[in-house]
Design a protein around this ligand. Structure first.
Ligand code: F6P
Length: 385
């Protein structure tokens, strides 16, 4: 947030700023880069992009001058023209140990801050999820002159903002996939279990499942009973609905059980990779119902390709707002959407938090009221299906 009396807080006449993208990509990153660049250039500022998270600051040729040409025609493109990194935390930076010939984590944060200041940058626009925003806050505290964060993730789980860009695109892709899977699943009278992303939050699962007409939706916020899910499939069978679609968020877990973990984190990326829940659920449902059951994982398809129109507009709003706040003299903060207004929140608003799907209202209640099974005992309390 802007700090009254802070010597760094001043009306910006002409700033030299850097932009980076960190963590997993999300459709809309390029639209933020374009919006921030064009609005900063409009103020007469100089704009640079840091390649691959923070890596560009440590390497020759690691910085890209962002001018009008550099950001022309990128707003509708997926990915990020700057590249991104999951293993680029400057506090645990992969660094070659000449003695062992191996990459080992090293704290290069002080060097990073020195390089940033030596290059004459006045501010960083850090586009990332809660991990990247937490790193940006630590760097601010160590002496980066100013930092404005822009929250991104398809998971929609960043605390402080009502929505993140990338989410709408991921939901649209997953919904289209469910529409396609419906026809083949019905034709073969099978059960199809579809795994979507989202880490510890079920936003993609519940939203795409609802939009795509799933019969059961499993999300991390509501631990499931496999017997309840199997009952739903058999209930449909008795009503002549010989097929069922089950959507499971990758972070869903059984009552009293654990999430499916594909691989553990490592010393550079200290979070586990989730995956495998659809296969697990499909096997159990097949055994419990006797029905032919298949599973599929939508995976990175949900992050690929261009952003939806809603994500483009949100990304453009976030990018321009980040620059407008710097122009107003803000030293730090995170832009976020609250009641459809872009606001500036504390930079550490999202740190260490996960915004989960509320289970007693909103979209969860919509799903319950139309009889979608959520894997718990309250299943089907309002309608059949
Ligand atoms: O956070 C975004 C996300 O796509 C999650 O939904 C998923 O668990 C994770 O990233 C996958 O990470 P990676 O791209 O490293 O496989």
């Amino acid at each position: 947030m802007g700090r009254g009396g802070d010597p760094r807080r001043r009306m910006a006449s002409k700033l030299k700023i850097a932009i980076n993208t960190g963590g997993g990509d999300a459709p809309g990153l390029n639209a933020v880069i374009r919006a921030a660049t064009l609005s900063a250039i409009g103020l007469g500022w100089e704009v640079w992009g840091i390649k691959s998270g923070y890596r560009g600051l440590f390497e020759p040729e690691g910085m890209i001058r962002l001018d009008r040409d550099a950001v022309r025609g990128i707003g509708h493109l997926g990915g990020t023209i700057l590249g991104t990194a999951n293993r680029g935390d400057p506090f645990h930076y992969p660094t070659l140990n000449p003695a062992t010939g191996k990459l080992e984590p090293a704290d290069r944060s002080v060097e990073l801050v020195d390089r940033f200041k030596a290059a004459g940058f006045d501010a960083l626009v850090a586009i990332g999820g809660d991990g990247s925003l937490t790193i940006a806050k630590r760097l601010l505290d160590m002496g980066l002159p100013r930092v404005i964060g822009v929250p991104k993730t398809i998971d929609n789980d960043v605390a402080g903002t009502d929505v993140t860009f990338g989410f709408d695109t991921a939901v649209t892709i997953a919904t289209e996939a469910l529409d396609r899977l419906h026809t083949t699943t019905e034709a073969h009278e099978r059960v199809m279990v579809v795994e979507v992303m989202g880490r510890h939050a079920g936003w993609i699962g519940i939203t795409a499942g609802l939009a795509g007409g799933a019969d059961a939706i499993l999300i991390p916020e509501i631990p499931y009973s496999i017997d309840v899910v199997a009952s739903k499939v058999l209930q449909r069978e008795r009503r002549g609905r010989k097929f069922s679609i089950i959507v499971t968020a990758e972070g869903a877990k059984p009552l009293g059980g654990e999430m499916a973990i594909k691989s553990a984190g490592d010393e550079f990326r200290r979070v586990e990779v989730l995956g495998g829940i659809a296969e697990r659920v499909a096997k159990q449902i097949g055994q419990l119902t006797g029905k032919e059951t298949r599973s599929m994982v939508l995976g990175h398809l949900q992050r690929g390709g261009g952003p939806s129109s809603a994500d483009r507009v949100l990304a453009l709003r976030f990018g321009t707002s980040a620059i407008a706040r710097l122009a107003d003299g803000a030293v730090s903060g995170m832009v976020g959407l609250r009641d459809n207004d872009v606001v500036l929140l504390p930079l550490d608003e999202a740190a260490g938090k996960t915004r989960l799907v509320p289970t007693d209202k909103g979209i969860v209640m919509t799903a319950r009221r139309i009889g979608i099974c959520l894997g718990d005992e309250e299943e089907g309390s309002f309608a059949g299906g």
